[in-house]
Ligand binder design. Structure first.
Ligand code: HEM
Length: 498
């Protein structure tokens, strides 16, 4: 094609997209304020590698309900508790859906999992199964001794370490191990999934799912795969499928009736019997839900533990106070048990404070509007994506005094908690799409933080000062600390037992 023809083609394409954008704009209705966008791309270029921070900055200028356009898709960004409540409570039913995305199409078999499933009877059915059969208090208590075994192993590994320990990596391995044992019945070492390794494969899937995929926002570019993401998704989806097929078959063939039933066993029990069970479960459903449960439990808890330990190392006075509570409740002659957790009130405040400053899912998973709706006088169009910026809400100076300061005592004398009733603190979301694994997540985080603070004194390497600890984050489906947390442990209990 010569120069003139290329220019003409680009101009025609530009005009086509511009007309599309104009047709979508309805000038009679008042959208929330927001920055002007470019033709075709909208506001996409305003978003860098830290979208939660970029959108917080924009919200300071345009307000806590903001309208942007990512490509051709309207996006509503919510950045304050008062504005989050109508989206997650008053009009929860309208915003309880998920948009179709390329990742959900390829990796989760056309949104067959819970996380990416659109609102409807399939989602309701799966949500009920997950809540009542997999993540109920009763079911998670059946894995209590498994959690204890794995935590004892973690403590032993740390105790035997001769020098500084990479706590981030240790906690991630622990979290991956308990998730695998609970969901699929066994642990996986580095490379026994395929040559890439189990954790690496799951994280590759999560990374792709979190990426800003141009094809989700400019659907006309789908076939072009401009970022090469579709190709990667197909590889990941095939790897997952081969792996899960093998694991499910092992479960079908297993004759061991005495072991604790893992999540695959439970779901296999509901398969193919619509008359006798209220859940409609197919083999593909099991595969999709297994991925949810692994993704939901592996990195969320690990990243929260890592953030909390880092904050404790930066705040020795808080650690001292937490240790005092642990000594009063547990003593110094034994390790922490899960049954101790309900008595540890200051620990609860420490974890809440950590989740306020470092919610590991910085945006609630993309909610989508199922119909047009009016919120606080603004028109929210059908199919708009709703981004609730939980990270910005936790740092909103109008709500939190000294918002950037890590100060667990702010929870003394009030009953603000993380369960979705207090919109200033929603690290697990709220309403219909709120996290069904919250109880399990909180149990694991509390247990590990308590144990590692109780069993060890920690020193930062190379005479590093607490204030020098790098607290920058990495954006993804889950946002961990960017740098590994290294610290040297000293055993502090009056017992040899681990
Ligand atoms: C510290 C730990 C955890 C945190 C901070 C967390 C946070 C969240 C958040 C913010 C959401 C999105 C809510 C929304 O879109 O409004 C969510 C959804 C979800 N979480 Fe968790 N989560 C954690 C642990 C877990 C665990 C342990 C599991 C399961 C084993 C789990 C499974 C899920 C699932 C399946 C959804 C999707 C629910 C739906 O769309 O209906 N999460 N989580």
């Amino acid at each position: 094609m010569d120069w003139a023809a290329t220019t003409l083609a680009v101009a025609a394409l530009f005009l086509f997209f511009q007309v599309l954008t104009w047709r979508r704009r309805d000038n009679t209705k008042r959208l929330p304020p927001g920055p002007r966008g470019l033709p075709i791309l909208g506001n996409l270029l305003m978003i860098g590698t830290k979208p939660h921070q970029d959108l917080q900055r924009l919200a300071r200028k345009y307000g806590p309900v903001m309208h942007l356009r990512f490509g051709l898709i309207p996006v509503i960004v919510v950045s304050s508790p008062e504005e989050a409540e109508p989206f997650l409570k008053t009009h929860d039913l309208v915003f309880a859906s998920r948009p179709p995305t390329e990742a959900s199409k390829y990796i989760t078999r056309n949104q067959q999992n819970l996380l990416f499933s659109p609102y409807g009877s399939y989602w309701r059915n799966m949500r009920k199964m997950c809540t009542l059969e997999l993540l109920s208090n009763h079911k998670i208590s059946t894995f209590r001794s498994m959690r204890k075994q794995e935590l004892d192993l973690l403590v032993r590994r740390i105790r035997e370490a001769a020098a500084a320990v990479d706590l981030s990596s240790e906690v991630t391995s622990f979290s991956t191990d308990i998730a695998c044992r609970m969901v699929i019945g066994k642990k996986f070492n580095g490379d026994d999934f395929n040559e890439k390794g189990f954790g690496a494969m799951i994280r590759e899937g999560m990374q792709i799912a979190a990426a800003f995929n141009l094809a989700d926002y400019i659907p006309q570019t789908r076939g072009l795969d401009l970022q090469g993401l579709t190709k990667r998704m197909k590889v990941v989806a095939k790897d997952f499928d081969d792996f899960l097929e093998k694991i499910i078959e092992e479960h079908v063939q297993s004759k061991d009736e005495n072991r604790v039933k893992d999540f695959i066993d439970v779901m296999l029990g509901f398969m193919g019997s619509e008359e006798t069970h209220e859940y409609r479960v197919e083999r593909d459903t099991i595969k999709a839900i297994v991925l949810d449960m692994l993704v939901g439990s592996m990195d969320t808890a690990a990243a929260t533990i890592d953030w909390t330990l880092a904050e404790l190392m930066r705040h020795p006075q808080v650690t001292k106070k937490l240790r005092k509570e642990l000594e009063d409740v547990v003593g110094t002659k034994r390790m922490v048990e899960e049954s101790d957790l309900e008595k540890l009130e200051y620990l609860d405040m420490v974890i809440k404070e950590s989740l306020r400053l470092h919610p590991v899912t910085v945006f609630l998973m993309r909610h989508a509007a199922r119909e047009d709706c009016t919120v606080k006088g603004f028109h929210i169009p059908k199919d708009a994506r709703i981004f609730v910026n939980v990270w910005a809400i936790g740092r909103d100076e109008r709500v939190w005094a000294d918002a950037e300061k890590f100060y667990p005592e702010r929870f003394v004398g009030n009953d603000i908690d993380v369960r979705g009733q207090n919109f200033e603190l929603i690290p697990f979301g709220s309403g219909r799409r709120g996290c069904p694994g919250m109880q399990l997540g909180l149990t694991v985080v509390r247990l590990v933080v308590a144990q590692l603070v109780h069993c060890f004194d920690w020193e930062l390497p190379g005479n590093m000062l607490p204030t020098e600890l790098d607290m920058s984050d990495d954006f993804g489906l889950v946002c961990p600390r960017a740098k590994p947390l290294l610290a040297t442990p000293t055993w502090r209990l009056n017992t040899l037992q681990t």
